[in-house]
Design a protein around this ligand. Structure first.
Ligand SMILES: [Zn+2]
Length: 478
């Protein structure tokens, strides 16, 4: 047998997010067309080590690159790909993704490369602000639900939930349909449309597996738990640190807290328990949210229409650019970035507040393996100081996790996968164990189809390992 791919082979390879969460990047090729999905970094690594395995692939062969959403693990190596490699394809993303990408990546460049707090040598910079600006002009935007044809490849963006602007892409190459979910959520949330099922069926489904076979508590229970634990912490004089990614899920949490503070104005607002949103990007990004209310769900659009005030203009939440303007007296609630406590404002506050028992660190996002957010949940006795590795800091504060990460849980994922009805399923974006458990659960769910033409195949490839599927039966209109 020749190892060469035949004309009917569909090939998938993960350059990142294969049996891991982080640095998402996948390559599809079929009938001479090549598509790249996402271009992220890995939040547990720095510099070149945080990149997908770009050296394993000839990026000059890529026709189009689609970015699912603005999160750093899906978009932050895009300027590197566009400016520092031989990539010469076209790049597409939705309008809100592009609007937020601009500010987010500027901040990413700043925290990773420039300034006194540089954690990298200058030579190890992935890219500069100039690269970012140049790449920005070459990114094309797409609308939800409209089909674009580029270089002989058709694709359509569908709502993915998760964060503002997040899209799933259904791609059609020579009659073969592939659906890439990116990160997605199916539960109704306060401001986003949940993920939709595309009207046309797909042959191949590339789906996230973040939560494996785990089950989420219903949203209302989680909201109640969240507000109760925050309320009881500030009532006894404690400070609450909520590490958040500057944009996206933070805005959902702000809607919850704003409503709760309004409902409990007597005890909280007039008692001056302040809520802060600390991020260099705060103001700019809130502008983007205020602008794109028309891309959100009916609920929030109705509120906007009825009250004639923007739901993202908050009465009880103040913005902090950095900690210089912060007067740390008495109880407060602080939403601070970055979300995995790697460095920056959230890490500085963690080190300041964790020695005190009455304080609370509340993790609401997904914490990637190898980051401080993941480590702190083990409730260690001490943590290392980020600026002085010889110094350890006692950890006595409470640590709690209540997930608002907006990824599907097992039941939601399974229901969606069944609706898509693809016979080939490729799992990405999950640590090995949850991904392996999801694969087993899917195979047993579809066991009755084994041996029939509808048999479902599930793949969980590692990075740089090819998945090759034969599509002889696909009708091709030339
Ligand atoms: Zn995401």
């Amino acid at each position: 047998m020749s190892s060469q791919l035949s004309n009917t082979s569909f090939k998938f390879v993960a350059l990142g997010a294969g049996n891991e969460v982080g640095r998402s990047c996948h390559i599809l090729s079929y009938k001479g067309k090549t598509i790249m999905l996402d271009a992220g970094v890995h939040p547990a690594y720095q510099g070149m080590a945080s990149l997908p395995f770009y050296d394993d692939y000839d990026l000059s062969t890529v026709d189009i690159l689609l970015i699912s959403h603005f999160h750093l693990d899906h978009a932050a190596s895009l300027p590197y790909v566009m400016q520092r490699t031989n990539f010469k394809g076209r790049v597409f993303m939705t309008h809100p993704t592009k609007a937020i990408y601009r500010w987010l990546l500027r901040d990413f460049v700043r925290v990773t490369s420039i300034g006194e707090n540089s954690i990298l040598d200058k030579d190890d910079n992935l890219y500069t602000d100039e690269d970012l600006v140049e790449s920005f002009d070459r990114i094309e935007t797409i609308d939800f639900h409209s089909t674009v044809e580029a270089n002989g490849i058709k694709f359509t963006a569908f709502h993915a939930g998760h964060v503002l602007g997040a899209a799933m892409f259904q791609i059609e190459i020579a009659g073969l349909k592939v659906l890439f979910t990116g990160d997605y959520s199916r539960e109704l949330d306060r401001h986003l449309n949940s993920a939709e099922v595309p009207p046309l069926p797909s042959d191949v489904l590339i789906v996230e597996s973040t939560f494996g076979t785990a089950t989420h508590e219903p949203r209302l229970n989680r909201e109640k738990k969240l507000t109760q634990i925050i309320h009881s912490t500030v009532a006894k004089g404690g400070r609450v640190l909520m590490p958040v990614f500057a944009l996206g899920r933070a805005q959902e949490l702000m809607l919850i807290l704003e409503e709760y503070w309004t409902q409990h104005a007597e005890e909280l607002a007039s008692n001056q328990v302040p809520i802060y949103y600390a991020s260099d990007l705060a103001r700019k990004c809130m502008n983007v949210f205020q602008t794109y209310v028309n891309m959100m769900n009916d609920d929030i659009r109705k509120k906007f229409r009825d009250s004639q005030t923007n739901p993202f203009i908050f009465k009880h939440i103040s913005y902090l650019k950095n900690l210089d303007e912060f007067q740390d007296f008495g109880p407060s609630v602080m939403l601070a970035s970055p979300g995995m406590l790697q460095s920056g404002i959230s890490r500085d506050l963690l080190e300041k507040w964790c020695p005190e028992e009455k304080n609370l660190v509340l993790i609401t996002g997904y914490s990637v393996e190898g980051t401080m957010a993941k480590y702190i949940m083990l409730e260690p006795d001490t943590i290392p100081s980020v600026n002085n590795p010889d110094l350890t800091i006692p950890r006595r504060c409470q640590v709690e996790e209540i997930s608002f990460a907006a990824h599907v849980d097992f039941q939601e994922n399974l229901e969606f996968i069944e609706k898509i009805n693809a016979t080939n399923i490729i799992l990405v974006h999950g640590e090995s164990n949850p991904m392996g458990r999801l694969k087993s659960a899917l195979l047993s769910n579809f066991a009755s189809l084994k041996g029939t033409p509808e048999e479902v195949h599930v793949y969980n490839p590692r990075n740089s390992v090819d998945v090759v599927l034969e599509y002889k039966g696909v009708k091709v209109a030339k």
